[in-house]
Design a binder for this molecule. Structure first.
Ligand code: PMV
Length: 337
């Protein structure tokens, strides 16, 4: 991988690169780790990259910088966010054998911290940009495994289209790969925003609570069957089959969240309004199915032909702030800036 900028300075070296990665929506959720430090997941998962939601990140390693500087959406990152970025950069620095501090500038084209998986696109873009800037030659699997260290779902934002993350046995074998490219199926995600405030408990903290729910064991035993059926439904482009699976899987994850200690209640009254409406619309012949992540917003999955109607119906519901519509997206890639 070739850095986009490379310059020699009397005081040292500087090299930078810019990468773009899409957010993803999981159809089979990742919830809980069997190893928190290495972020080895408790179960495999399956997702779709979201064309309309992306993060663009520039990383410039510079020997003259005293410490990492991180800007997110035009503002200096909080100390916690900067520490998380620095931890990921440390992994890249160790692999590259170049220990320069970095200037990181990251921009999301969608609201972050509201359960729209901004950490997935952010850390996939950061990992790709940092590796390119440091001159590391990694293939897609290695990049995905490295992105996983910062945020599990980030490993699924490295490949494009419909993506499966196998659990793997260890650090190197736990990565995501593409099951089908974005043009395999014009499946849309109509994202219904009912809140724009940051979630009270981050998913990183939520994963640690999963094992404390007596329902996590039941969820984990259901995942292999749901995953196999989900993979088949995606390959067959079978929305009715996919819809039943994603709704059950999302509710299983929220059942675990609701029964953790302390309980994680991510839903708001508007979340339930949307879930109830989806059933009514389906009964009236509008084929759409819901899923949710660690937040109150709802993702409505439908085919391209129905997306405009689903978005219009959702926008009229009480408590809905806005609606975003996304087609399947491509893989993370370097961009010129
Ligand atoms: O990657 P994390 O730690 O932000 O976890 C993501 C968890 C969910 O979004 C709730 C589920 C998933 O598989 O994306």
């Amino acid at each position: 991988m070739r850095p986009l900028v490379q310059a020699g300075h009397s005081a040292g070296r500087a090299a930078g690169a810019t990468a773009l990665a899409h957010a993803n929506i999981a159809f089979i959720k990742y919830w809980g780790n069997r190893d928190d430090d290495a972020r080895l997941p408790a179960n495999p998962s399956l997702s779709m990259a979201l064309e309309a939601l992306h993060t663009v990140t520039t990383v410039l390693f510079d020997d003259r910088l005293a410490q990492d500087e991180v800007t997110i959406d035009g503002r200096p990152a909080s100390p916690a966010a900067r520490a998380r970025v620095s931890r990921q950069l440390d992994l890249v620095r160790r692999c590259a054998g170049w220990f320069a501090a970095a200037r990181v500038v990251s921009r999301n084209n969608f609201p972050s911290g509201v359960g729209l998986a901004s950490s997935a696109s952010a850390f996939a873009a950061l990992t790709l940009a940092a590796c390119a800037a440091a001159g590391l030659q990694l293939d897609e699997s290695q990049l995905s495994a490295l992105a996983r260290r910062a945020s599990g779902s980030a490993c699924r934002s490295v490949p494009g289209g419909f993506v499966e993350w196998e659990m793997g046995q260890d650090e190197a074998s736990s990565f995501a790969h593409s099951l089908a490219p974005p043009d395999h199926w014009q499946l849309y995600d109509v994202i219904v925003l009912v809140s724009s405030s940051p979630k009270p408990v981050s998913s990183a903290d939520g994963h640690r609570l999963a094992a404390g729910s007596p329902l996590q064991v039941a969820r984990l035993s259901a995942v292999p069957g749901l995953l196999a059926a989900c993979r088949q439904a995606v390959l067959n482009r079978d929305l009715a089959a996919l819809g039943a699976i994603i709704e059950q899987d999302a509710l299983l994850m929220h059942a675990v969240m609701l029964t953790s200690q302390p309980p994680l209640i991510y839903w708001s009254p508007a979340t339930l309004e949307v879930l109830q409406a989806v059933r009514e619309w389906r009964a009236r012949g509008v084929p759409t199915y819901f899923t949710m992540d660690a937040g109150p917003n709802v993702h409505l999955i439908c085919e391209a032909a129905g997306a405009a109607e689903v978005a219009a119906l959702a926008a009229r519901l009480p408590g809905v702030l806005s609606v975003l519509v996304s087609a399947p997206g491509g893989p993370a890639h370097l961009v010129e800036e």
